[in-house]
Design a protein around this ligand. Structure first.
Ligand code: HEM
Length: 407
């Protein structure tokens, strides 16, 4: 493609109507955005921001850039609807002081100690899945491996009984799917139904846990119910909606980290061999998967005052789409950004965002990535992913719906 074409593609890119090929592979489009239109006005008035430095600054500043989505989700979901209540009560879409209070309770529940204690259970879960796959030869790496691990781990975190975990994945996909820029009525109704069912399930679980509290050192739900003293407790709706949020936040994202990692190691045999030769590279390999194919490709913020970005004056109340996927390939920060290099250091990617809203579960997600990818590769060093792969088909969350493979 000529430079003229690339410039035109970048300057006319509309996230609500992405150009052909964008959903399948947005990365060439990101390169064009970084080069020709790093701050781009969208037809609906919102603004698409792609540079690493801009995202980094925006994430750090909760005064100029708000996470509160009441104004945006009212028209999108209907004020008072189940999706509206969920997405406006969860901490990710709130500002201080509500955010500070909920985050404090959440981080005090997800302690490094609680996470470290999960490692033996995680290894057991991963090894059981590997044993099961070994008996079959042909598998789907998403259904049989990547999606099962986080649902079990988050299930363990809240100590959800094993036989009650079945519906969690579909609820989670429907609720997060409702955040896509363009939605069908069926997707919307599915999302509302999922919040209703999830909330009613959790109300019952919380009542049981109040009656029989778990070990507060390891049971995050018991910690969330208890809060931080009398003054720092979550109200009932806050508690239920933030439990739903933890389950959702840790599910599809981590599935995609593992699935994307397996696909990348399949497609880059030299990097797979390096990891097989030296398993101490597993931590930097996980970081590179997070950078190169970030599970969350986009974040959002709302301007609270007029700002200027990349020479563009942006009015108060403008929705910003923060393109994490592009920022993570910004040549101003990463040498050879389109090269997948599992030894890359430093690797200042923004896959977990940054600033006061930086991902609460990043230590757990990294642990899951290391254990899942490391142990899989040791057990099945010659695995091959077959065509056709089935993509998740979303632009905000990037991953695969199915990865048929031979072990
Ligand atoms: C690879 C896996 C994961 C990725 C890529 C990821 C990514 C992110 C990102 C980008 C944000 C910031 C959103 C924003 O402010 O715009 C975030 C927030 C959050 N994540 Fe994660 N996440 C992952 C796994 C997890 C896990 C396992 C958990 C829970 C155990 C979790 C819990 C949270 C919570 C509670 C927040 C909200 C933090 C706040 O608003 O203060 N995440 N995550």
């Amino acid at each position: 493609m000529s430079d003229k074409n690339l410039r035109e593609i970048a300057q006319t890119l509309d996230l609500m109507n992405p150009p052909e090929g964008f959903v399948d592979s947005p990365f060439p489009f990101y390169d064009a955005l970084l080069e020709y239109a790093p701050v781009l006005r969208q037809p609906d008035g919102s603004v698409l921001v792609s540079r690493h430095a801009d995202l980094d600054a925006i994430y750090r500043d909760t005064t100029l850039y708000s996470s509160d989505k009441q104004a945006m989700f009212g028209p999108k979901f209907g004020v008072g609807s189940p999706l509206f209540e969920h997405h406006t009560t969860s901490l990710v879409f709130s500002d201080p002081p509500l955010h500070t209070r909920v985050r404090k309770i959440m981080t005090s529940a997800l302690t490094p100690r609680a996470i470290a204690r999960m490692e033996p259970g995680l290894i057991e879960t991963v090894d059981a899945l590997l044993d099961d796959m070994a008996g079959r030869g042909q598998v789907d790496l998403i259904a049989d491996f990547a999606s099962t691990i986080p649902i079990q781990i988050i299930g363990n975190l809240l100590d959800i009984p094993m036989d009650e975990r079945g519906p969690l994945r579909d609820w989670s996909l429907s609720i997060l799917g409702a955040l896509e820029p363009a939605l069908t009525d069926a997707q919307l109704q599915q999302g509302h139904g999922a919040v209703r069912d999830f909330k009613s399930y959790l109300r019952d679980l919380v009542a049981r846990r109040r009656a029989h509290p778990g070990d507060a050192d390891t049971d995050v739900l018991t910690r969330l119910i208890r809060g931080e003293g009398v003054d720092e407790q979550l109200g009932e709706t806050e508690l239920l909606q933030n439990c739903i949020f933890i389950l959702n936040a840790g599910h599809e994202t981590t599935t995609n980290l593992i699935g994307n990692g397996l696909a990348l190691l399949n497609d880059h045999p030299d990097q797979r061999q390096r990891l097989l030769d030296d398993d101490r590279l597993i931590s930097s390999a996980v970081e590179e998967v997070l950078r190169f194919r970030s599970p969350n490709q986009f974040g959002n913020r709302l301007t609270t005052a007029e700002v200027e970005l990349g020479g563009l004056r942006i009015a108060r109340g403008t929705n910003l789409h923060l393109c994490i996927g592009a920022a993570n390939r910004d040549p101003a920060v990463f040498a050879n950004p389109n090269c997948f290099d599992i030894t890359r250091k430093p690797n200042r990617h923004l896959a977990f965002a940054g600033g006061p809203h930086v991902c609460v579960g990043l230590t757990l997600a990294r642990l899951e990535g290391r254990v899942a990818l490391g142990r899989f590769l040791k057990r099945f060093p010659d695995y091959r992913i077959r065509q056709p792969r089935c993509r998740g088909g979303r632009i905000r969350f990037r991953g695969y719906a199915a990865l048929p493979s031979i072990l």
